[in-house]
Design a protein around this ligand. Structure first.
Ligand SMILES: Cc1cc2nc3c(=O)[nH]c(=O)nc-3n(C[C@H](O)[C@H](O)[C@H](O)COP(=O)(O)OP(=O)(O)OC[C@H]3O[C@@H](n4cnc5c(N)ncnc54)[C@H](O)[C@@H]3O)c2cc1C
Length: 455
């Protein structure tokens, strides 16, 4: 408590609730601007249903931060984050595991390194306790900013406190997570190593299906029992993270065109693409665990064991974690947020991370960068500015603040959120063109106080 008392004595101060990806990034950015930061995190006193480690910046499901290709939307977002001095991306690169063109990490080393960096930062004080209320004058004073970065599984008490302040309804819905398997329980006489369209050894393990095996699998999956939702819970999922059984309900071929897509993955035993595949990706550096790529599910545990044993090569699979479903909370951003991630009418109360209405580890972290910088500028009395809509950060802000409120849904970053092209461009040149324009616009923004490069 002495350290906390000392921190409060020194101005300017930025307070943050939630030490996940967004909260840690916001703390890092605000501290780099010269602010003192008080970071409130409820672990290890209390854990959400998806958090299990006492570390900060815990990755609750996949260990992948998705594509690193500079001409993809999420690759561009990461490039911008690198330019903005992101702690999370720097540590992810330090603890990456092989995953083809994706940036995947050893989740334990990743979280441990971020925890140590934050704990040892001379301007950051971490306080471990659950925050259950927000004072009635919370956020009225912009010089005393507070960032709420409590994520999709924000505790009920705090969600209610936020709802009372915003005066807006918040939505609750469900996300599903994919199982993890012990690598030594895989049947390697069936499963083969390959990355899609890659000549090298490949970073993925592939479980090949023929037509009959696929048919039997989807029949079993279609009849399997899921965990029931409570009567008041409306089942809404992110399109990018749909449970496999929800995808299957859209048609028998949906999985073959989604996570079970076989193209570019010839089976070395036949030289041909199989009819369908399930892909497995390293979960940790040691490689003794793999996750089922895109296989998030809300089947009951016993049904997962029964149905997934029908996947060729997984007949004796030992699951170290089974898939499950979880609540996800976010605000109706177009109604609630300013372009600086402040709650309207409460200039000193900002949101960061998934609760803003973005979706995904990388997007949540990016909103931590912006919230941390904005809060620091408020505390320091500096003017605020936003990155151009041509940047991936600006495109996400545009989604949050300019979408139609009535139909607002969380989104991953994608080029559909960017301004339309002034003239036609061949498809294969578009990503590169977007990236060039975005990085130039970001460099321009970096000449402003909010966008300035970190020391
Ligand atoms: C089950 C699930 C699976 C997901 N899987 C993926 C995935 O595979 N890939 C992907 O890109 N995205 C995934 N997401 C979406 C999302 O990107 C991640 O949840 C991401 O971690 C969000 O970052 P965040 O910083 O906003 O929240 P979090 O990382 O959840 O951090 C919030 C922190 O706030 C703390 N906290 C909460 N309430 C309080 C309180 N009252 N007081 C103090 N501290 C509090 C929590 O303990 C936590 O440490 C998933 C989400 C869920 C719910």
């Amino acid at each position: 408590m002495d350290k906390l008392h000392d921190a409060r004595q020194a101005e300017p101060v930025v307070s943050i609730i939630g030490g996940g990806l967004a909260g840690c990034e916001a703390a890092w950015q605000a501290a780099a601007f010269g602010c003192r930061v008080i970071l409130h995190e409820m672990k290890p006193e209390r854990y959400s249903p998806a958090h299990h480690s006492s570390s900060l910046a815990e990755l609750v499901c996949s260990n992948s931060l998705r594509s690193d290709a500079p001409d993809s939307a999420v690759g561009l977002l990461k490039d911008e984050m690198r330019a903005l001095g992101s702690l999370v991306i720097r540590v992810a690169e330090r603890h990456r595991v092989p995953a083809g063109k994706a940036l995947a990490v050893d989740r334990e080393l990743f979280a441990a390194f971020i925890t140590e960096t934050i704990n040892q930062h001379p301007r950051i004080t971490v306080v471990h306790h659950e925050v259950g209320e927000l004072p009635s004058d919370c956020g009225l004073d912009p010089a005393n900013p507070l960032i709420l970065a409590t994520g999709p599984l924000t505790t009920d008490a705090l969600t209610n406190a936020l709802g009372a302040i915003t005066g807006q309804e918040y939505l609750a819905f469900y996300d599903a997570i994919a199982p993890i398997i012990a690598t030594d329980s895989l049947d390697r006489t069936i499963i083969y190593q390959a990355s899609r369209y890659d000549d090298g050894p490949g970073d993925y393990l592939n479980c090949p299906f023929d037509r009959e095996q696929y048919q039997a699998f989807i029949e079993a999956l279609g009849q399997a029992t899921s965990v029931p939702l409570k009567p008041f819970e409306e089942p809404k999922y992110f399109e990018g993270c749909l449970p496999i059984e929800v995808m299957l309900a859209r048609g028998p071929e949906t999985l073959r065109f989604g996570p079970m897509k076989p193209v570019g993955l010839p089976d070395p035993r036949t030289g041909r693409d199989p009819f369908a595949v399930v892909q497995l990706r390293k979960e940790n550096v040691a490689g003794d665990q793999v996750n089922m790529v895109g296989f998030q599910t809300k089947l009951t545990y016993s049904e997962q064991k029964r149905v997934f044993a029908m996947i060729p090569g997984l007949e004796r699979a030992e699951f170290t974690r089974l898939g499950s479903i979880h609540r996800n909370t976010f605000v109706c951003a177009p109604k609630v947020l300013t372009p600086f991630l402040q709650i309207k009418g409460r200039p000193g109360l900002l949101l960061a991370g998934q609760i803003t209405g973005v979706e995904g580890y990388v997007e949540s972290t990016a909103m931590g960068i912006l919230a941390g910088r904005n809060a620091a500028c408020l505390a320091l009395g500096l003017p605020l500015s936003t990155p151009s809509p041509e940047t991936a950060h600006g495109a996400l802000l545009g989604h949050l603040t300019q979408s139609e409120a009535k139909h607002f849904q969380p989104s991953n970053v994608n080029f559909g959120l960017f301004p339309a092209f002034a003239s036609k461009l061949p498809k294969r040149q578009r990503g590169q063109y977007r990236a060039q324009k975005a990085l130039a616009a970001l460099a321009q923004w970096q000449t402003s106080p909010t966008g300035r490069p970190l020391d």
